[in-house]
Write a protein that binds this ligand. Structure first.
Ligand SMILES: *Cc1c(COP(=O)(O)O)cnc(C)c1O
Length: 470
């Protein structure tokens, strides 16, 4: 097809409608069948990906064919992360309404950096921020950045922390950099998430310069082992340990840190959401007293990738660390999204967050969080009753199980992934190899847990029999 005809087909509204409807139909079919398909992609599915290995054509391809190929070659090689029996990492699915909101917002194609240029999406981010401040119990002064995930949210929170602690010491880090700046002491727990260390590296505060606080047998920082600190300091807490789900004792550590003049940042990638549940909020007691928080929306809020949020109690500290000005960028008195994020141009992440919260309401959100924790408890009970060892205190949505020796546990994980009924990953926690079951998806039911338990127990018993035969 001549190049000008290719663009002409893209201008044809009838074709556009067919294309969008086709993609929507394919997306709906994908989601309709996800409950019944194997969770990990099949070997044939993965091998089929070689069909993408073709030279770039000169003449282009009919758009309907492009979407058909994406579906027929791509879909079978996807991991069933959106389905009810994916328990790997701490991932979550995506509520159908958030996928639909994402599609519409993608059709809008708004560059959500400026309130004047993109009023609808800027407004929705402002409303989402207000709603989340209310849900988490943050003061109204709290500002936020809608970013790609907790990794970048940790970076934004720590950038605001770096700004504020050095400003108090009379140093303007944004203008003058870190060369010659007063030193900042950074305190983390021994089981700090690697993205916090990575953020410290990016921000010039060093991955290896941290003071590490020992943790107890649940993975929580021990308040009786805090270092002595003075001068500019940042203390990083974790709300929701990625292995155990445990929370660092914020109620004890935050008053100590503030007494020393330190900034407190909380990595609450999934754990922050415990605050919305009456049953769970005791875990996060005291967390609201921190100065900044990072969380994910693509984990427990169940919106599509990628979506995370950095909150900073005094929005000015976030703004001063992220803002920029340019003569061609009109600024208003409204909340200007790009004044709070590392990015200038970005997609409208707040739209899906708004759609999730608007659909669920407080009660639906609470039910979704509680349901994950009930299902985690069901997993732990089922495995314990079958004679296997649960290594953690199941306080939230995380379960660590050992099937016996480290080798046996690794073998069970690998066979379970091949089996396809469900998908779990492995971990090494406090010297022990474990399978990690993380229940974060909105669609998981008790039946999904029972079906997964049956597969786990069957495979573990087969492997146990094989290992004792030898
Ligand atoms: C998942 C996670 C992160 C990183 O979040 P991304 O969404 O992958 O950027 C950071 N901290 C904790 C505790 C996590 O569970």
């Amino acid at each position: 097809m001549p190049a000008k005809d290719i663009l002409a087909t893209q201008r044809d509204h009838n074709l556009t409608r067919l294309l969008y409807e086709d993609a929507a139909r394919r997306g709906a079919s994908y989601r309709e069948t996800i409950d019944d398909r194997r969770v990990g992609p099949s070997t044939e599915g993965i091998e089929g990906l070689t069909r993408f290995d073709e030279p770039l054509s000169s003449s282009g391809t009919d758009p309907m064919e492009v979407i058909a190929m994406l579906d027929s070659v791509g879909s079978p090689a996807t991991m069933g992360m959106a389905g009810p029996r994916f328990f790997g990492f701490v991932i979550g699915g995506s509520l159908p309404v958030t996928v639909a909101a994402n599609w519409l917002a993608t059709a809008w194609d708004q560059n959500t950096g400026l309130a004047l240029a993109t009023p609808a999406t800027s407004k929705l981010e402002e409303v989402s921020l207000r709603w989340m401040n209310g849900l988490f119990g943050f003061p109204e002064s709290t500002g936020c950045a809608f970013v790609t995930g907790a990794a970048v949210a940790n970076m934004c929170g720590l950038a605001a922390a770096r700004h504020a602690t050095l400003r108090r010491a009379g140093w303007d880090v944004e203008q003058d950099g870190l060369f010659g700046a007063p030193e900042i002491t950074v305190v983390v727990g021994e089981e700090v998430h690697p993205t916090v260390l990575k953020a410290l590296g990016i921000l010039g505060m060093g991955r290896n310069r941290t003071v590490q606080v020992p943790v107890d047998n649940k993975g929580r920082m021990r308040p009786d082992s805090l270092p002595s600190i003075s001068g500019p300091a940042i203390v990083c807490l974790q709300a929701g340990n990625l292995n155990t789900g445990a929370f660092d004792p914020a109620g004890e550590i935050i008053p100590w840190a503030h007494d020393k003049g330190a900034w407190v940042h909380v990595d609450g990638a999934f754990g922050l959401w415990a605050a919305v549940s009456d049953r769970l909020s005791h875990l996060s007691a005291g967390v609201t007293d921190a100065d900044s928080w990072a969380t994910d929306a693509h984990k427990w809020l169940n919106v599509p990738y990628d979506s995370g949020i950095a909150f900073v109690r005094d929005a000015e500290n976030l703004r001063r660390s992220m803002s920029l000005t340019a003569s061609y960028l009109p600024m208003t008195d409204l909340r200007e999204p790009s004044q709070y994020t590392p990015e200038l141009s970005r997609r409208a992440r707040g739209v899906e967050i708004w759609a999730a919260l608007k659909t669920l309401g407080r009660d639906g959100l609470r039910a979704m969080i509680d349901q994950s924790c009930d299902n985690a408890t069901r997993f732990a009970d089922g495995l314990r009753n079958a004679g296997f060892t649960i290594l953690n205190d199941v306080v939230l949505n995380q379960v660590l199980v050992s099937f016996g020796s480290d080798d046996l546990t690794k073998q069970v994980i690998s066979r379970l992934q091949e089996d396809g009924t469900c998908w779990c990953g492995g971990t090494l926690w406090q010297g022990k190899t474990a399978m990690r079951i993380s229940v974060s998806g909105w669609s998981t039911t008790a039946d999904d847990v029972d079906m997964s338990l049956a597969a786990m127990i069957r495979i573990a018993r087969e492997e146990l029999a094989l290992s004792t035969d030898q």
